[in-house]
Design a protein around this ligand. Sequence first.
Ligand code: ADP
Ligand code: MG
Length: 702
Amino acid sequence: MDLQTPIKDAGRLYKMYSRRLEKLGIKTVEDFLYHTPFRYEDYSLVSKIKDVQPGEIVTIQGTIAEIKNQYTHRFRTLQRAKVEDQTGTIDITWFNQPFLLKTLRIGEKVSLSGKIELFAKKLVLQSPEYEIINGETIHTGRLVPVYPETRGVSSKWLRRQVATILQEQKESISEYIPYSIIKSVDLIELLDAFEQIHFPKSLDLTKKSRQRLSFDELFLIHLAALTRRKIWEKNLKGYPFSISKFKKNIQAFWQKLPFELTQAQKRAVREIFADLASKKPMNRLLEGDVGSGKTVVSAIAMFLAHLNGFQSVLMAPTEILAQQHYHTISKLLTPFGVRVVLVTGSKKFKIGKGTTSTTGITGTTGIKKFARDTRGTFDTRDAFPFDILIGTHAVLSEKIEFEGLGLVVIDEQQRFGVEQRAIIRSKGKNPHLLTMTATPIPRTVALTLYGDLDLSFLDEMPKGRKLVKTWLVPLEKREAAYEWIKKQIAKGDQVFIICPFIEESESMQTVKAATVEFSRLKKAVFSNLTLGLLHGKLKSKEKDKVLQEFRNGEIDILVATPVVEVGIDIPNATIILIEAAERFGLAQLHQLRGRVGRGDKQSYCLLFTESKSEHTRKRLKAMEAMHVGAQLAELDLKLRGAGELYGTKQHGVQELKIASFSDFALIEKTRREAEKIFPNLSQHPLLEKKLKSMTVQDVSPD
Ligand code: ADP
Ligand code: MG
């Protein structure tokens, strides 16, 4: 058994616990060491029995002079003991732990930590932590670690495992960080860090240990990213696109655009063009708040691919988004003779003989051609010649053949798994890759998480965009808010009402909640208005219909679940009302808010919460004043902690075990150090090995 041994293979005991340990993220023996305490019990005050005072938390060490079970009422027992040291004797009691008599026998030397109480004028040590003295104590007489626990895995049990592993594996905990870095960054050594984070001599040392382990975690993430980048860069056989040959076409595209690009968009286009013109396949992430105009940037890239004789594919996480992209991109590019085709719902590909359903695929030239296809077999290439294919994960279908795929665009990339991203790229020979995200990750954090990618930020909103006026509505103003909404609708506005967030994926429960709210609003609140309901369990035709009606202004209020809405673009919608706002992260709320404020009319966001917590109200209040996604994400980091950076668990976003994404200074420092050492990585075999062991885990499908 060594540190890398999987828990399942580390003996009967661990095997038995493996499920539970996995819940705590402990999959190998080493993971025990990285399962760090969230606080410490201070039992470091070791007192003589004669000195203890009522109310004190102390450790006493002595010999068991007496111990017995005493039966109280039904089924209840009391364990009473007397412990003595050179200075005196004290009474100890425990409740309902009869097995103690087997462990703590008379004459045994013990260490006990707990609170001294006064009962009937006598001092008693009440339900103390206990252990038999046998070398160094781990549960008493010191700063005692308290760990995140799970059913059947107590801190006491974890402490014992960690202590054993630290002792038995001491030799194999080797320092893999080069000494020069240890010195220049002023880190404590790895073994010290493990010892002092679990069994600290002082709280100060726990801080130093945490710093050291945080450094390692971020440092390795950087190095892993740099490694991925290097592998990508080896992959030199991409197809450089010509730009100069198509200056006129590109010019024509710009001229036909109904708006001028923002400076940020122009910069992103320049960066993307430079990538596309290079022999190395592009690997770029475009990050920008909702509404910052990522679609048009991707459109020009796909146009350039087309001009160069290549196909493009744009993959989006939801049908609604795919449809919307289809409309936008078609409008922008069909005038230039680009054939755009939409694919959604992978099931629809099982088209056999005699079936002439064309649902699931729409395109300017595709449908006619399909009707003429009488062979009964389905060949996408013949049936649907396209230059740009837009769709959900349906674009991954084996049935779709590409003819020279030159550019892959992935919208909301974090919603796709590593594998899906790999499959779509494998459809071409080293196609250029553009990924996009509206997840407002602070720049520093993005550079860590996506250190292998080139990054473009759209940190500027299109001109004339007004800030969305945001209010946290007090409980008693709900009715008034509804009345105000009615007035606004009378003036021609349209409204989104977002139902409470229940869980990550659209479950029947979420759908039911939305349906109930929809009926309530329709009957009791907005009976004279037209309401629509949108959720992920609707058939795509129905979704399409509802959205189309909303877009056409036939629906006044669209009641929607939070999952379904990502990325919808309806300029005439100017009010968004969010129920149970406290369930969302600020960055998520900001994304929801981005559904409105897309046209030139003043837009509004009303936040509702039943929460009475002062902290929650303060957090939500921040939405009234702050309007930049990355800033809100940063604030959320500070208020809710790193675990909550993205509000909900999302694919592809790495979670940190020890370090915090809010520690920007450390993130910067580790990046500098990683970049410095990376070119000479091979000179540090231990570091290289550590990195490999980590990257292997990284690549496993999530
Ligand atoms: P997102 O970054 O959220 O994907 P979209 O690409 O959907 O944003 O763009 C949001 C809206 O802004 C669209 O209606 C789009 O036509 C419009 N838009 C994009 N760029 C500009 C610009 N430079 N000036 C004005 N409007 C723009
Ligand atoms: Mg978008």
